[in-house]
Design a protein around this ligand. Sequence first.
Ligand code: HEM
Ligand SMILES: *[C@@H]1O[C@H](CO)[C@@H](O)[C@H](O)[C@H]1NC(C)=O
Ligand SMILES: *[C@@H]1O[C@H](CO)[C@@H](O)[C@H](O)[C@H]1NC(C)=O
Length: 332
Amino acid sequence: MAASISHSASSFLFIVSFAVLVIFTGSSSAQLSKNFYSKSCPQVFSTVQSVLHSAISKQPRQGASLLRLHFHDCFVNGCDGSVLLDDTPTFTGEKTAAPNNGSIRGFEVVDEIKSEIEKECPGVVSCADILAIVARDSVKILGGPKWDVKLGRRDSKTASFSAANSGVIPPPLSTLSNLINRFQAKGLSTKDMVALSGAHTIGQARCTVFRDRIYNDTNIDSSFAKTRQNTCPRTTGLPGDNRISPLDLKTPTGFDNYYYKDLINQKGLLRSDQQLFNGGSTDSLVKKYSEDTETFYSDFVEAIIKMGDLQPLTGSSGEIRKNCRMVNNQWR
Ligand code: HEM
Ligand SMILES: *[C@@H]1O[C@H](CO)[C@@H](O)[C@H](O)[C@H]1NC(C)=O
Ligand SMILES: *[C@@H]1O[C@H](CO)[C@@H](O)[C@H](O)[C@H]1NC(C)=O
């Protein structure tokens, strides 16, 4: 009798603690599904794709900028569209936090997509989901892997400058262990981190984020450093600070595995990039990805789907914003 009571008590405790674990890790995303809008907005994918296609053909970098927005959204209190909220006189959002200020872009493309979708299915498709679809389609349009994107996220009614500024998005001078820890804190493995960093196969970075690396690091190819120094002056100040260089030397508008080849050649642009191949635990994975595009692609897809699952608002939490830049009751 005593044994059976203690047995059921311990099962009960086990179930409770499991439920608590699921709730607090926020990794429960059972409500996201691939066909979330199949009845309420069946044309969502074709609308996103056509606006995005023309934006990327006008300016290929937009694909990179939009992929990055999904990352910066998801790492700060989950994939909830918070990164898209504009500041107001009484509210400071995430756009001026250190990783974002003067750096994140692509908002006009999101606005255009949102307004097209609002014409077709008003009040149905969240801004957080638009970012997830756009990230997927940008990678596809730029020649990378394809995947089915999970949907059903809702939009936050707020944003957090302090969370965005707190280092949850790792800075470009991070050490390998900081990179590993920051991704671990989001339930993403070291492998996920190395694969997701492959996003730097597209896009550009400003002088201000890689100046230290090209003037002070020793684990850098010297002719590469010199080339970058030509457009990125040693001293801080404008306009030099804002001059951009490609994160991937050879194919900055093609989603491929050249980023990892750059790292092998000590031509990573950011100090954090080169940390992935610097005699540490991730060297072997970088080498693998540099030689095997298919493995990079499948690990990237697995990791970006995991990233898209971070703490979504579902059910009746949050709202479906009408305009991605502001919460719905802003003018009331
Ligand atoms: C591993 C840690 C990461 C660090 C330290 C990092 C850091 C940075 C920095 C400093 C820039 C340039 C910003 C500027 O010039 O203002 C950048 C650009 C970029 N990042 Fe990351 N990033 C990381 C991971 C990621 C992930 C996971 C993704 C997406 C899955 C991503 C996608 C991008 C893209 C596409 C760009 C180019 C954006 C453009 O051209 O507009 N990054 N990143
Ligand atoms: C954002 O950047 C602008 C322009 O460089 C600067 O004036 C402003 O102080 C920055 N904001 C924050 C919060 O750092
Ligand atoms: C190089 O490192 C020194 C010492 O930490 C620092 O004072 C200097 O600002 C750095 N130079 C650049 C260009 O970042």
